[in-house]
Design a binder for this molecule. Structure first.
Ligand code: GLC
Length: 565
């Protein structure tokens, strides 16, 4: 029986059988980079591509298989770069195409793949197509690339219907000649019309443009939104504001004819050797994820259920079973605890001591109080987040890590209103604080003008507590979250082979329902104690634990990996 007061890591004595045939992406750990908040090389406060290239050694030492770069294209940053002016260029503040090529070369030399974000649901209002549409009359081919409709009333001064943008306010914006255009996000993000063949052809050209430059794959933004039913009569917003449905009946989201678009994309991916890969951001009912993850479509779709789960064994078991359902259909489960759109996981899990209250909504409510109420228990949140990531990394499939999660970063809950950049904060009229609190530039060193992010101040204010969470500080501490991630990713490379998975029932450790344990190939076992009391450990070799194991027992909110006979 192992005993330890410190998190422990031991190399397994022998690697289990490996499945050489599995393609890299089926077990990849993908690190999500939000470029303007990662590393700033030139001191303008905005992270850039040379900044990322300079940190490739860090990504190597972390042990990730791939990075996903959020948008770095020319943009007014009305929505953090998801308002794209030109899909086939680099924002001059972030670098040049030559800088992009250098980044790809550096990543590939380090054996790290790269995925780029493609944003097909909408362009920015500065995109050449939209500028042309505004200069063209109603009914023109240029307007047909977007979704223009006549306003209502004798003066056409009322929007075509009462639909609301997901960022708040009307989904329709007038253009001054009696017509309105649809934007499901910010007004600076006009929705494209995917019934127009020129739109479809141009996006295939964009995919080829980046694939030719060596990218290994794509993350597809709002993948469930492209095809819309704008037939009248329009259904009232009160009927369709609930967007996630199990049956494809929503006029705006997850339409039945959407997979056809992705079959066209798959044909493009398959022009390359090896074929390019893709992962869908699709907020759809779990039973409909397959429509995006199908092998003749995008191939993978994020499972967002873990991001919404409470820190409860029942929630985790349900979500894992749901992902295993994907696996049984031959798909690749795609796990994540957070991303650039959700409150930081360490904060979510530290907001309420009582189980059942760690929802994203709890965290959003907390943000509205400027991070004061309810009280945040930082240590508790970090402990649970560390236990959670060991669960994810032990599951079959691919795992996404949002930059800063490996440092255990919390949400910055007290950003001053004047500093907020997210259109969600502006358009919701104070109902939402928005997503800036997880996008604050990373701390690399315990001091300096922006904690090592760059030579000058960062584009969002960083809190003083960032010093303790910097890469340099955490690299020195064996018990830091960064050290845990490094150890876990190194072990996973050896252990994560094949798809085999089996639950170990509560009788296995004589532990009750608060313990979640499962077995993977080669006797690899992951055990998590969600309960309030320490439990005994199994017989076997301790490989790694998310926290100390006093008296040889597994305390609450802790995961440990073992090799058992
Ligand atoms: C996706 C992105 C989010 C963005 C939205 C509109 O959900 O992840 O950041 O605001 O699409 O593009």
């Amino acid at each position: 029986m192992p005993t330890s007061d410190e998190p422990t890591s031991d190399e397994p004595t022998s690697a289990p059988d490996t499945d050489q045939a599995a393609p890299w992406w089926r077990t990849a750990v993908v690190y999500q980079i939000y470029p303007r908040s990662f590393a700033d090389s030139d001191g303008d406060g905005i992270g850039d591509l040379p900044g990322i290239t300079s940190r490739v050694p860090y990504l190597s030492s972390l042990g990730v298989d791939a990075v996903w770069l959020c948008p770095f294209y020319p943009s007014a940053l009305a929505d953090g770069g998801y308002d794209v002016d030109d899909y086939r260029d680099v924002d001059p503040r972030l670098g040049t195409l030559a800088d992009f090529d250098d980044l790809v070369t550096a990543l590939h030399a380090a054996d790290i793949k790269i995925l780029v974000d493609v944003v097909p649901n909408h362009t920015s209002d500065r995109h050449a197509w939209f500028v042309e549409a505004l200069a063209s009359p109603a009914g023109s081919a240029a307007r047909n690339r977007y979704i223009f409709r006549d306003g209502l009333g004798p003066d056409q001064d009322r929007p075509p219907n009462d639909w609301e943008s997901l960022f708040g306010g009307s989904a329709w914006e007038p253009v001054g000649d009696g017509q309105y255009y649809l934007h499901m996000f910010a007004a600076e993000q006009p929705d494209l019309n995917w019934h127009d063949d020129s739109v479809r052809a141009d996006f295939r050209a964009t995919l080829r443009f980046w694939a030719d430059r060596g990218v290994d794959g794509f993350r597809v933004d709002v993948a469930h939104g492209l095809i819309k039913d704008l037939n009248e009569p329009y259904r009232p917003w009160s009927e369709i504001s609930e967007v996630i449905r199990p049956d494809g009946s929503h006029p705006l989201w997850d339409r039945e004819d959407l997979p056809e678009v992705y079959r066209e994309w798959r044909a493009v991916f398959d022009e390359y050797v090896p074929p390019r890969i893709a992962v869908a951001e699709a907020s759809v009912h779990p039973t409909r994820r397959s429509r995006y993850a199908a092998s003749d479509g995008l191939g993978m779709a994020f499972n967002f259920e873990m991001q919404d789960a409470d820190w409860l064994p029942s929630d985790y078991r349900r979500v894992i079973d749901s992902g295993l359902g994907d696996l049984s259909r031959g798909e690749t489960p795609t796990w994540l605890l957070g991303c650039h759109d959700s409150p930081r996981v360490a904060t979510r899990y530290g907001l309420a001591r009582n189980p059942g209250r760690n929802s994203q909504q709890t965290a959003r409510d907390w943000l509205l109080t400027d991070g004061r109420l309810p009280e945040l228990d930082r240590a508790l949140g970090e402990r649970r987040a560390r236990a959670a990531v060991l669960i994810l990394l032990a599951l079959p499939g691919s795992t996404y890590v949002f930059q800063g999660e490996e440092l255990g970063l919390h949400e910055v809950g007290d950003l001053p209103s004047a500093a907020l950049q997210d259109p969600m904060a502006q358009r919701s009229g104070g109902k939402e604080k928005g997503r800036d609190g997880c996008r604050v530039p990373l701390p690399w060193t315990p001091d300096g003008p922006s904690y090592g992010f760059g030579p000058g101040p960062a584009n969002l204010p960083q809190p003083a507590w960032f010093a303790d969470y910097s890469v340099a500080s955490e690299s020195e501490r064996a018990d830091s979250t960064l050290s845990l991630y490094r150890a876990a990713l190194a072990l996973r490379r050896v252990l994560a082979t094949g798809d085999e998975f089996g639950w170990l029932d509560s009788g296995w450790l004589d532990s009750g329902d608060d313990v979640l344990a499962f077995r993977r190939p080669g006797g690899w076992v992951s055990v998590t104690n969600f309960g309030g009391q320490p439990v005994g450990l199994p017989d076997g070799q301790l490989l790694l634990a998310s926290g100390a194991l006093p008296d040889g027992r597994l305390p609450s909110d802790t995961t440990a990996w073992f090799r058992v006979p």
